[in-house]
Design a protein around this ligand. Sequence first.
Ligand code: IMP
Length: 205
Amino acid sequence: MTPLVLATGNPDKLRELSPFFANLDLELVAVRALVPGWEVEETGATLEANATLKARAAVTATRLPAVADDTGLFVDALGGAPGVRSSRFAGEGATYADNVARLLAELEPVPAEERGARFRTVAALARPDGALERFEGVLEGRILRAPRGKGGFGYDPVFLVEERGRTLAELPLEEKNRISHRAGAFRAASAWLAERPGWLKSAGV
Ligand code: IMP
């Protein structure tokens, strides 16, 4: 099986993302299993830039093909904020609760019909010869005035998935993982790889 390195320090991500590659002849391996303590600074101005720099950093560290993702919450009434800064919206070292509190405070004067938002995920596949492919997943929703539900993480409790009438924190995890932005991006990456069985191994020549 071809190894594909997952460029994240978050062990939960390996569990969430492995099923998307289960039908392919590859083994998803956490970068820290190969390079203990691996870390990279997310200095990009866009999700595309961050996903790319993480995937390329993992390729450099392991000399193997790698995949990385970057996600942001884009709120219409805030001109697309917090976007690429979603994990540190309330400042460096902010907790999920701090970020949600800041989001609700900024949206306080905004009426329900103007609280549209979307999660976007960009996944980047990078190969040691420099070849790069990117994939996107989007989930549309609306920001509530107060948190609802105990599941998920991050902004899930205030993100209403309108057609289901529930927040992401109220949906069963399997359902969230079926409809999510991350699922969309990784399903696209997996489908693309399925059509190109030699891509991970090839040097592109
Ligand atoms: P990352 O790029 O996956 O690290 O995501 C960046 C930030 O976006 C996280 O710190 C969370 O605040 C937020 N985020 C990403 N994915 C989700 C999600 O599925 N639900 C809620 N918040 C998320």
